[in-house]
Design a binder for this molecule. Structure first.
Ligand code: CP
Length: 364
């Protein structure tokens, strides 16, 4: 930012997210991302301050889960409690909702009606809907956007089949904490595919690529072969983000080691192949753990090629001995527990800003 006037305008401006849906960080401005992170840092530092204790007093946040979760459910429940409100858990499979699968015609309540009714009870709705609940890539995100269309309260994406904004924000917060609380611009992130027995979703990987490329990190994306190409629109967006910040974007195919050279952060995580929606989970896992994939694991040996202070990151649950060895996952480079904790803080910040009207003045 150039002139004195522009600088003053930026300093005096308050970031306001009241009523906003949070579907992906790509739909937030960089200033809005910074504001959420700034508030999350403050909330972490003064965790039980009276400042936040009544922000959602007597108010309800509905959590609608089409797929299970550990961290997301627990951290949102804790977040609502710490803001003085209540998080209500709903298992979508137990409700009389119309099927969200294009291939299944079923009687039941429409998203239109469900969304409008929930909006009469709550101040926000979180939704999780992953690939195993829908027929085609992107259908989960479409469901989420349909709820957003009809509910006149914020919809928070708790992970869909494309995006996972709360995870991306928690990752960045952890990466900053381990960079003396400074922005990570100019650092290098290796986002590497890993073998795995869980056929992992794209959402955390996409969100990491998107948010970190927005924030000026050099991105290296490594994976075995064309089967693991990520969707073209995501790659194009990451490329565009990197161009805008002047950062490098490199795709490394077929080499599980090269990307480690000089990396500052290593994010080793499985994702399923392009055929997943056709071949299903079992065939996917067989392909992903085949003999030719055995070297796609983050090890101490490989971490030695990275910068000395390189950190290992992962959204959890970790597939230990497939995605990463125990030594790395539980050793000094690992910041996964800090990141898991940060889910709570970024979600508190999101709820405070979108549901309780907290505005944030950006610090310099
Ligand atoms: N990282 C994450 O979303 O974890 P859960 O699937 O346990 O919620």
């Amino acid at each position: 930012m150039g002139s004195k006037e522009e600088k003053e305008k930026k300093i005096s401006k308050k970031i306001d997210l009241i009523g906003r849906d949070i579907i992906t960080t790509q739909e937030l401005s960089v200033e809005e991302i910074q504001a959420i992170l700034q508030l999350a840092f403050e909330m972490k530092k003064k965790r039980y301050s009276d400042k936040w204790a009544k922000l959602l007093e007597r108010k309800t946040f509905i959590m609608l889960f089409y797929n299970p979760s550990i961290r997301t459910r627990q951290s949102f429940e804790a977040a609502a409690t710490e803001l003085g409100g209540h998080a209500q858990f709903i298992d979508a499979s137990k409700e009389r909702l119309k099927s969200v699968r294009a291939s299944v015609k079923s009687a039941g309540e429409s998203i239109h009606d469900a969304a409008k009714v929930m909006a009469r009870y709550a101040v926000g709705i979180g939704i999780r809907i992953l690939e195993t609940s829908v027929d085609n890539y992107g259908d989960g995100n479409k469901v989420l956007r349909e709820y957003a269309k009809y509910a006149d309260i914020p919809i928070i994406n708790m992970a869909d089949d494309i995006y996972h904004p709360c995870q991306g924000l928690a990752d960045v917060m952890g990466m900053m904490e381990h960079n003396n609380n400074k922005p990570t611009r100019g650092k290098t992130l290796l986002q590497t595919w890993a073998k795995g027995a869980l056929a992992r979703s794209y959402c955390s990987v996409h969100e990491s690529l998107l948010i970190n490329s927005r924030l000026g990190l050099n991105i290296r994306l490594a994976y075995p072969d064309d089967n693991y190409d990520l969707p073209e629109d995501i790659i194009e967006q990451v490329r565009k983000n990197c161009k805008e910040t002047g950062a490098k974007f490199e795709i490394i195919k077929g080499d599980p080691v090269a990307g480690y050279e000089g990396a500052d952060y290593v994010y080793s995580r499985n994702w399923f192949s392009k055929d997943f929606y056709k071949i299903g989970k079992e065939a996917e896992i067989k392909r992903s753990t085949a003999e030719d994939k055995q070297n796609w694991i983050c090890t101490e040996e490989k971490m030695k090629r990275a910068n000395p202070d390189c950190k290992f990151i992962h959204p959890m649950p970790v597939d230990e001995d497939n995605e990463v060895t125990e030594e790395v996952n539980r050793g000094p480079p690992s910041i996964i527990m800090d990141i898991a904790e940060n889910r709570l803080h970024v979600q508190k910040a999101i709820m405070a800003m979108t549901m309780a009207g907290v505005k944030v003045k950006l610090e310099d």
